[in-house]
Design a protein around this ligand. Structure first.
Ligand SMILES: Nc1ncnc2c1ncn2[C@@H]1O[C@H](COP(=O)(O)OP(=O)(O)OP(=O)(O)O)[C@@H](O)[C@H]1O
Ligand SMILES: [Mg+2]
Length: 150
């Protein structure tokens, strides 16, 4: 497992960080976003979408659980907050096997959906508007991705 840490000072910097991730991402990628309410998970996802060439504005999928966007690659944006672990029957596991990039907010509620290999990003609130992003790459594909981002 490889790790990396970075800090952003505001929303624009978080968008730029996400954009780097989106630009570096290949197909069949799973990114887990951990962090409290308002930490910046959806904001980072907006940047990832930009990096994937998605033109539509990414909004919080909380009430729909899943939103799909089309760019250079498909972005599957899942907010597992309301799943409370009940992910088995929704067929989301098939999504994770397609050639897109799947971003999962609240992975602790995603239960069996979480694959063995992934890039996990934990977001912490610092002073003012700063956010700390801790990256953990599990698996060779994700270590290579993190090399490109870091
Ligand atoms: N450095 C920063 N990075 C990201 N967001 C920031 C930053 N500074 C301020 N913000 C603000 O913090 C909020 C983050 O909200 P966001 O919806 O991205 O959080 P979230 O982690 O997805 O929350 P939820 O758990 O409700 O889905 C936004 O209003 C954003 O403008
Ligand atoms: Mg969110």
């Amino acid at each position: 497992m490889k790790t990396w840490k970075t800090v952003t000072a505001d929303m624009a910097e978080t968008h730029a960080l996400g954009r780097n991730i989106g630009e570096a991402a290949a197909g069949n990628t799973v990114i887990l976003l951990d962090g409290d309410l308002g930490a910046g998970k959806t904001t980072l996802t907006q940047g990832i979408a930009m990096g994937l060439g998605v033109k539509k504005n990414v909004t919080s999928p909380t009430f729909t659980i899943l939103k799909i966007y089309h760019g250079r690659l498909t972005l599957n944006h899942i907010d597992a907050y309301r799943l409370e672990g009940a992910s088995q029957d929704l067929g989301f596991d098939e999504l994770l096997e397609d050639d897109g990039v799947t971003v999962i907010e609240w992975p602790d509620f995603a239960g069996e959906l979480i694959p063995d290999e992934y890039l996990k990003i934990s977001i912490h609130l610092l002073e003012n508007d700063s956010r700390e992003f801790i990256f953990e790459a599990c698996g060779k594909q994700y270590e290579a991705l993190l090399e490109e981002i870091a």
